[in-house]
Structure formats: structure tokens, C-alpha cells
Design a protein around this ligand. Structure first.
Ligand SMILES: Cc1cc2nc3c(=O)[nH]c(=O)nc-3n(C[C@H](O)[C@H](O)[C@H](O)COP(=O)(O)O)c2cc1C
Length: 212
């Protein structure tokens, strides 16, 4: 297979080469994954563990903290053939202010070298923590694009699924804005892009004299 016969027409077909893989316990991150699929197409895959986490919140928090401490990678039931995908969205909640162990397992099991990786996240309002940074570290040979993050549930306080009604409409707008900014279809076809000119930051500023 070669890329030489590729034409611009293939832009639409490339959605077949998009994978959206996500981890979600209370379905907030899943809702974002579905919004992304609605906009860019591709295959949606939920990560499942061989041995599911406990239902109880305190118990899962304790288990995840232990796994993060020891570097334990929980075995996945979900197997994905990533070789046919060019662009891989990876979604996860913030757990213990970092990347959940099952997503670490996924990134260890699958070689995403040469692919475009795009993280997305929901959290209880404390942000992504170090999760996006860990994604970059675990995908050293991928092009990792700007991630998306929004507030989801607060399981600690009994707030589980929140992506409905007005909130869902607002978050969909946020997702659309982010995808537009990523210019995903251009990124999917890097070979068709005009060669990147050296970016000269200074030349985009007004001349000194013009600044008041
Ligand atoms: C084990 C565990 C640890 C969590 N740790 C954090 C955290 O450190 N920071 C945070 O903002 N939210 C934390 N949360 C809340 C989730 O990130 C938030 O509810 C998210 O929207 C859940 O996504 P989901 O519905 O896709 O599972 C934690 C939730 C769980 C279950």
C-alpha cells in the first residue's frame, strides 16, 4: 500500500481511520466520546477491564491510589487492532489527579507510533491534573494534539451523570469549538498540507512604533 494515489476526495473516507477509545465509569466521558463521533465519525470503543473495579466509590479510590503507587497495569478485556487507525482520540476521567490505570494499560499494550493522538477528559472540577502530560510521555512517537476537558460528575458528592439537558447542549458547543480549532480533517491528511513555513512570531506583531 502506498499513499501516492491519495486525492483530496479521500477526506471523508478518512473518518474510517478514526478510533475513539474511552474509559468511563459514570458515563460522562462516554457522552463526550459520542459527541466526537457524531462530529468526526470513526469507531467508538469502550475500555473494559478483565476484573471490573468495585462499585463502591471509596473502594475504587483506594484501589486506584494503590495501582498508581505500584505502577500496576490492570489487564484489559477490550482488545483493539490499532494498526488500521491514523487518528486516535483517547478519553478518560481524571482519577487521583492523573491518568486512570486502565488507560495506562491501553497505551502500554498498543503502539501508537506515527499516529495522531487526541486526549479528552471529564473531571469533578479539579482539572486534568497530570493526565495529559502522562499521555504525552506514554506516546513519545505520536503527534499528541491539544486535548479537551470539561467538568463532569462529582461522584464523591453523589453527582453521577450530568451530560443532559442544558449542560449537554453547552458541552456539545465546547466540543465543536475544540474540534474546529484542531482542524481535524487537515491533521488527518498531513501529506496534503502545504509545507509549513517557519513561524516568525515577531512578524505577526505590529511594528514597535505602532504600539501605543
Ligand atoms: C476513582 C476516582 C477518582 C477520581 N479522582 C478525581 C480527581 O482527582 N479529580 C477530579 O476532578 N475528579 C476526580 N474524580 C471524578 C471524575 O473525574 C468525574 O466524576 C468524571 O466526570 C467521571 O467521568 P465518567 O462519568 O466518564 O466516569 C474521580 C472519580 C473516581 C471514580
Amino acid at each position: 500500500q502506498t499513499n501516492s494515489g491519495k486525492s483530496v476526495k479521500n477526506t471523508q473516507l478518512d473518518s474510517e481511520k478514526i478510533l475513539i477509545v474511552y474509559l468511563s465509569r459514570t458515563k460522562n466521558t462516554k457522552a463526550i466520546a459520542e459527541m466526537i463521533q457524531q462530529k468526526v465519525g470513526g469507531d467508538l470503543v469502550e475500555l473494559e477491564l478483565e476484573k471490573p473495579y468495585p462499585e463502591n466509590y471509596q473502594a475504587i479510590v483506594a484501589q486506584v491510589a494503590r495501582e498508581n503507587e505500584t505502577g500496576f497495569l490492570p489487564p484489559l478485556k477490550t482488545k483493539v487492532d490499532v494498526s488500521k487507525y491514523v487518528t486516535i482520540f483517547i478519553g478518560f476521567p481524571t482519577w487521583g489527579m492523573q491518568l486512570p490505570p486502565p488507560m495506562k494499560s491501553f497505551l502500554h499494550e498498543n503502539d501508537l507510533s506515527g499516529k495522531t493522538v487526541i486526549p479528552f477528559n471529564t473531571n469533578a472540577g479539579y482539572g486534568v491534573g497530570s493526565s495529559f502530560k502522562i499521555v504525552k510521555e506514554l506516546c513519545p512517537k505520536s503527534q499528541v494534539l491539544e486535548g479537551f476537558s470539561t467538568k463532569g460528575g462529582i461522584e464523591r458528592d453523589g453527582v453521577l451523570f450530568v451530560m443532559e439537558g442544558k449542560k449537554q447542549v453547552e458541552v456539545l458547543e465546547e466540543v465543536k469549538r475544540w474540534l474546529r480549532k484542531l482542524d481535524i480533517h487537515q491533521k488527518l491528511l498531513p501529506k496534503l498540507r502545504p509545507p509549513k513555513m517557519g513561524i516568525n512570531v515577531q512578524s505577526s506583531l505590529p511594528p514597535m512604533g505602532a504600539m501605543k
